[in-house]
Design a protein around this ligand. Structure first.
Ligand SMILES: *Cc1c(COP(=O)(O)O)cnc(C)c1O
Length: 485
């Protein structure tokens, strides 16, 4: 349902946003220019509006949008943290923004050096031996990592078929495993919110190619048995894949490599402050231990003896290319800027603050919502709206009611193993005042759920678009301009 200030259908016959000078060339028949079969057969209809209306329309839409520069965005797992503006300045330097992928290497040394150094920095942060920057997203990083794991096993004359994935995993994990030709086997989480070690012991065998783990997992809990899991998997020559899309709890504190992981992907658009949620494109570099270096996608960036940099295409065991050219270069500039700006101490401070903020918020909310895993969390935590559901208000209703209070909703109904799940990640870039006012908003909603559940169920009332009929929105979406006739 649209409020008045978002009306789209503004067309009036004859209204124009342009004026053209009189034609000063001979009129040609359309068929001289375009063959008949390529000509439009029916009349077109565009909205007819004035220039002023067009400008106002798009500016109005841009102000209706919710984004990280507008307000708090506690989307668990997705790490919607503030994106520093200095990243944007650096990415717009002429030497970076004007570069062409076909340019001769000797004229692109700065860009190559940045890629080389960013790979080294990510390797250092994660405890890996080498990093490819090529994949364009977390999910593509997973696919790339799994293809390298497959190549690793094949090189050793093995073709194990199984990838173990916990039931709390991000949906991309089983999807990537399937795309890479593996079958996924699910391992359960315990009551304490960690991988069930006994069940894992039963699943690991000689047909196991590896396990995909997120640590801290998507419940916001650190897998305390990680070194034991690593021992178990490595004993049968299986590999450990770390879903490092969100490294916000680990920076400068511990490293996937030190926990025994062999492969890890990073989302530059989460941990490393490159834009996402409409601002992308993404970037999902992958780090590997030295045994897997031969399989990295081509090209890698090499540093030559004379100190210059070059692309290395001579990699016979590589899984090939996963992206045109070299990946999303503009994102490398932003992430590199962020890492260099923060430095080692600053990055550690990021994670310490992210963890502190999440625990602070969890404690404030604990009296009002069910906390399925009442223990220290890492950078995020999950609540359950089970208590509110009994009063007739579901997690979805709470998310909608938050919109009315001016906040983006948290992630809901994920991880799948938590009933009526609300998954909250405040990140380190949120002030105590915002944490407090956000907590107050959720507490007010919890109180309303007890006294006036029907009001919460009708939220949002104050957003440009109120509650949608989701079935109709999915089945009969309105995707283009609606003319009256
Ligand atoms: C976001 C996320 C992914 C997927 O990353 P994309 O860039 O969206 O493909 C995978 N795993 C986890 C834990 C994530 O949070």
């Amino acid at each position: 349902m649209y409020l008045e200030n978002t009306i789209f259908e503004m067309s009036r016959p004859g209204r124009k946003g342009y004026s053209l000078p009189p034609l000063d060339v001979p009129v040609q028949s359309l068929t001289d220019v375009l063959p008949l079969e390529q000509q439009r057969q029916s009349d077109y209809r565009f909205p007819e509006v004035s220039e002023g209306e067009v400008v106002r329309h798009f500016v109005r839409l841009s102000t209706l949008n919710y984004h990280i520069d507008k307000g708090f965005y506690p989307l668990g797992s997705c790490t919607m943290k503030y994106n520093p503006k200095v990243n944007e300045d650096m990415s717009r330097l002429d030497g970076f923004s004007g570069i062409h992928p076909f340019q001769d290497e000797c004229t692109a040394q700065g860009a190559l050096q940045l890629m080389y150094e960013l790979s080294e920095l990510l390797a250092e942060i994660s405890g890996m031996d080498a990093v490819t920057l090529e994949p364009a997203a977390g999910a593509q990083g997973e696919y790339t990592g799994l293809m390298m794991m497959r190549a690793y096993h094949r090189d050793r004359g093995r073709s194990p078929s199984k990838i173990i994935v916990p039931d709390a995993a991000h949906g991309t994990n089983p999807a990537s495993a399937a795309l890479a030709g593996f079958k996924t086997v699910e391992v359960r989480s315990t009551e304490a919110g960690e991988v069930d070690l006994e069940m894992l012991r039963r699943l690991v065998d000689s047909d196991t190619a590896g396990i995909m783990l997120t640590n801290p997992n998507t419940l916001g809990i650190f897998e305390s048995q990680i070194t034991e899991m690593s021992r178990m998997l490595h004993e049968v020559d299986a590999l450990l894949y770390m879903d490092g899309a969100n490294l916000n709890a680990l920076l400068g504190i511990t490293r996937p490599g030190d926990m025994g992981f062999d492969v890890v992907h990073f989302n530059l658009h989460k941990t490393f402050t490159t834009p996402h949620g409409g601002g992308g494109p993404g970037s999902g570099p992958v780090g590997v231990r030295k045994e897997l270096i031969p399989y990295l996608p081509t090209p890698t960036v090499a540093k030559k003896e004379d100190g210059s940099f070059a692309f290395d295409y001579d990699r016979p065991k590589s899984i090939g290319k996963v992206h045109s050219f070299y990946g999303n270069f503009g994102m490398f500039v932003r992430a590199y800027t962020y890492i260099r700006m923060m430095g080692p101490k600053g990055l550690r401070n990021v994670s310490e603050t992210a963890i502190l903020n999440a625990n602070y918020l969890m404690k404030k909310l604990e009296p009002y919502f069910d906390v399925p895993f009442p223990r220290h969390c890492q950078h995020e935590f999950v609540l359950s709206a089970d208590r509110q559901a009994k009063q007739g208000v579901r997690a979805l209703d709470i998310a909608k009611a938050l919109l009315d209070k001016g906040y983006h909703a948290p992630t809901i109904y994920f991880p799948l193993i938590v009933h009526e799940c609300l998954m909250i990640e405040p990140t380190e870039t949120t002030t105590k005042e915002t944490l407090d006012t956000f907590a107050d908003a959720l507490i007010q909603i919890a109180k309303m759920a007890a006294t006036e559940p029907e009001v919460v169920r009708q939220a949002p009332q104050h957003t440009p678009v109120t509650r949608l009929d989701e079935a109709t929105a999915a089945r009969k979406p309105i995707l283009k301009y609606q003319f009256e006739s």
